[in-house]
Design a protein around this ligand. Structure first.
Ligand SMILES: NC(=O)c1ccc[n+]([C@@H]2O[C@H](COP(=O)([O-])OP(=O)(O)OC[C@H]3O[C@@H](n4cnc5c(N)ncnc54)[C@H](O)[C@@H]3O)[C@@H](O)[C@H]2O)c1
Length: 325
């Protein structure tokens, strides 16, 4: 039996992880309410439509597939929306996760890989940030993820329920074969928005903040290829299956790119210019987020294989050919 339950597996990072799991001999069983996922992204195993807040549905699916472990992507993911409606974020991301964990425990499953985020760190006091950096999130989205991290640490300490917490930096890029890609509604991520601008689907790209204390005044982010993230999830599952202990790992490249530098790469890869406007900072954004990824290398043997060019090229291929105009 090689089933792995992938909660949120019809979404962007989850679907790429299913591709990676399948390639390594596992059967990804996707559990997703399709609130922001796509049934057509579920290509490498069965889709069970359901909500992680629905305990009965979870019990049915866990009994049917008896997964070895769970990978948990299912969440509401927008920082801005979390500032407008924090209760919805705590309900989906925290209460939903508690229901999922209770169902897992009742089904005798004691291993989970959890999608956390660099947003749990808040404003960096040092760059790059390692996993010991203080976690002081500056928005409800980041706080919802930190709450789940705390719950997982307690479950390990008190009950031996093991977890790998993966703190992603900025996920980007797409399957090079163009079968799946980044498709959020609404889209709030910089690369798809820039690609939309270059395709004329948006009038311009808005740089949010030009007065940060960074090398050109725009925010610094660490863009990591979704295929590298997917590989880390399979490694994390295998770490747990081979009795590895619980841990929290940063997943980033270790290289920071400013938003303005990112736009230069987009223009070069796409070969088109587009209008850029400069606006004020967005509340809840951190000035710079760059990973120290050395613990992931030491713990699960993970390092990145794709650079920013490959990220933009694969994202462009997907975006130009597959997304509805
Ligand atoms: N995209 C990034 O750069 C990034 C960075 C850091 C962390 N993360 C985290 O990674 C995970 C995946 O992000 P993504 O970009 O793939 O987002 P996504 O929206 O594409 O995927 C999330 C999936 O979860 C599903 N979902 C949401 N609530 C659910 C619920 N209650 N029950 C069942 N399914 C539910 C959605 O339908 C969607 O398919 C999220 O937990 C997110 O917080 C993403």
């Amino acid at each position: 039996m090689t089933n792995i339950l992938v909660a949120g597996g019809a979404g962007y990072i989850g679907s790429h992880t299913c591709l990676d799991l399948f390639g390594k001999g596992y059967t990804p069983v996707v559990f997703d309410n399709l609130s922001n996922g796509h049934a057509e992204f579920v290509k490498w195993g069965p889709l069970e439509v359901g909500d992680i807040r629905d305990r009965d549905r979870l019990d049915q699916v866990l009994a049917k597939y008896k997964p070895l472990a769970i990978i948990h992507f299912a969440a509401a993911i927008e920082v801005g929306e979390s500032m407008r409606n924090p209760g919805a974020y705590y309900e989906n991301n925290v209460a939903g996760t508690i229901t999922l964990l209770r169902a897992a425990q009742a089904a005798g499953i004691d291993k989970i890989v959890f999608s956390s985020t660099c947003a749990t760190y808040g404003i960096p006091t040092s760059i790059p940030m390692d996993e010991k950096h203080a976690q002081q999130p500056i928005n409800p989205y980041g706080r919802s993820k930190l709450m789940v991290e705390d719950i997982l640490r307690d479950l390990d300490r008190c009950q031996g329920f093991r977890s790998v917490i993966l703190r992603y930096f900025n996920a980007a890029g797409a399957d090079p074969e163009g079968r799946i890609g980044e498709w959020h509604t609404p889209e709030t991520h910089a690369i798809p928005i820039a690609l939309d601008a270059s395709l004329g689907r948006r009038p311009h790209f808005q740089v949010l903040g030009t007065d940060y204390e960074t090398r050109d005044g725009s925010c610094v982010r660490d863009f990591v290829h979704v295929l590298d993230l997917a590989d880390a999830h399979t490694r994390a599952v295998e770490h747990l299956l081979s009795q590895g202990s619980s841990c929290a790992l940063n997943l980033g490249t270790g290289t920071g790119t400013t938003v303005k530098e990112l736009l230069d790469v987009v223009r070069r890869v796409v070969g088109k210019d587009f209008e850029i406007k400069y606006g004020p900072r967005r509340e809840g954004d951190s000035p710079a987020l760059v990973a120290d990824n050395s613990l992931a290398l030491r713990t699960i043997g993970w390092s990145t294989r794709h650079d920013l060019n490959s990220i933009i090229e694969t994202a462009w291929r997907w975006h130009a050919n597959h997304l509805p105009a």
